[in-house]
Ligand binder design. Structure first.
Ligand code: ZN
Length: 160
């Protein structure tokens, strides 16, 4: 039997005015955007962390330091492509990903098909392997107060 491995990712970014809001590889129109050293795409960051965790390859900050000027404002899709390269070099392929985005506003659901299509292309896997779910936190906590966005991902990988 091929070896299956599971990984988990969690991440948070602040939301502030005058920042772009990149989420799942696409840019959302909103009065606030996500703050970070890179483009602050929280969904891509949790996918990277879940995949690296599944392969026991540390985390996104270990590979792409937020102290390194090289990664300032970088498109997180490039980081995800690099993680996929590391994963495939180690002999792994993705079984499936299941993700949840926690965001009070704007509504994420209308954008999910575009996110899936974008991420499937970056990762070179079928859209059917990527699940993206969205929830609010019912106005509770930092997500509910629209101060931030968080996300979770679990990933199943297997040795090819
Ligand atoms: Zn992040």
């Amino acid at each position: 039997m091929n070896a299956f491995r599971i990984g988990f990712g969690y991440d948070v970014h602040q939301l502030q005015p005058d920042y772009d809001f990149w989420l799942g590889g696409i840019k959302l129109e909103h009065e606030k955007g996500a703050v970070g050293h890179s483009d602050a795409d929280v969904l891509i960051h949790v996918i990277c962390d879940a995949l690296l965790g599944a392969a026991n390859m540390r985390d996104i900050g270990y590979h792409f330091s937020d102290k390194d000027p090289k990664y300032k404002g970088i498109d997180s899709k490039l980081l995800l492509a690099e993680v996929m390269k590391l994963l495939r070099e180690a002999g792994y392929e993705i079984g499936n990903l299941d993700t949840t985005i926690c965001l009070q506003n704007p509504k994420v659901n209308p954008h999910i098909p575009a996110m899936k299509s974008c991420l499937a292309e970056v990762m070179n896997i079928p859209e059917s392997s990527i699940s993206i779910k969205a929830t609010t936190t019912e106005w509770l906590g930092f997500v509910g107060r629209e101060e931030g966005v968080s996300a979770y991902c679990v990933a199943l990988i297997y040795q090819v």
